[in-house]
Ligand binder design. Sequence first.
Ligand code: GLV
Length: 316
Amino acid sequence: MSGLFDLRILLADDLAFTDAFEAELRAKEPDVDLYRWPSLPDDGHFDVLLAWCLPDGLGRLPDSLAFVFCFGAGADQLLSDPRIPTRVPIARLVDENQAAQITDYAAHVAFARLLDQVTVKEDQARALWSEADGPRRPRDQLRVAVLGLGHIGARVASELARLGFSVQGWSRSHKSVPGVETFAGEDGLVTAVEAADVLINLLPLTAETEDILSQKLFARLSSGAYVANLGRGGHLDEAALLGALESGRVGAAWLDAFRQEPLVPDHPFWSHPRITITPHLAGIPTASGAANSLADCIDAFRRGFPLPNLVRPGRI
Ligand code: GLV
């Protein structure tokens, strides 16, 4: 490290909010030396690397590197990057504003299922006056399953429960969330999604969660369930989703993340009448949230405390 106060930070990504983030960070941490890739300090040494994804041209990382800060909630794209030595801790951004946006998205899908929005639109397209044949369901009879109960998933699940939906949550290890029935482990997964009317995925992408949105899982949902993949494209077995839409097991899908982004123009998802595509915008970190979260890491680092929101501790 260069000294107690002149921490050198390399900002190695150019996201939409980067300029605003830089201004927020400089106001909060006037003592840091900030470089923006491809500019580097003359000696090539820096202490902190900020990135969503490492740029292609970034070569070997310097021995001075003390930690990496992920510019996003999911850090799979950094965890799998062999250029980051395993000794280097990786922390991620935690931004309440981002969590709030994702909650809005999830609530939108839950309300859409309550009103069966997709059928309503299809009937409208055919000028079909299809009268309701029974009483409308109250919210507490709509089962919403939330996969992933980290910072964002727990907030989504508890807010949907506060809105009156019947919410089941699942995570790999057991978590308690107010108002939510929680399950863990492989057996718990099936119970958590059993007869769900809405399935919201907010898991991190790992070897265990890849393709978790599978034919086997869809088969447990209630008929016509709405599915929202707000995690990563790698969570979704695409053929299984198309099959479940075809059979009617899944009534509609909202997809925000894809195996390849941008989604290629000839992908069948684009034209599917029951799929809504959003281009990875369910939760965009805000400049102030990202700067606060990084400032918490810098503060902990300077005091010699463990970094908050670690996704990989790093080892010697
Ligand atoms: C978005 O995908 C994020 O991980 O923040």
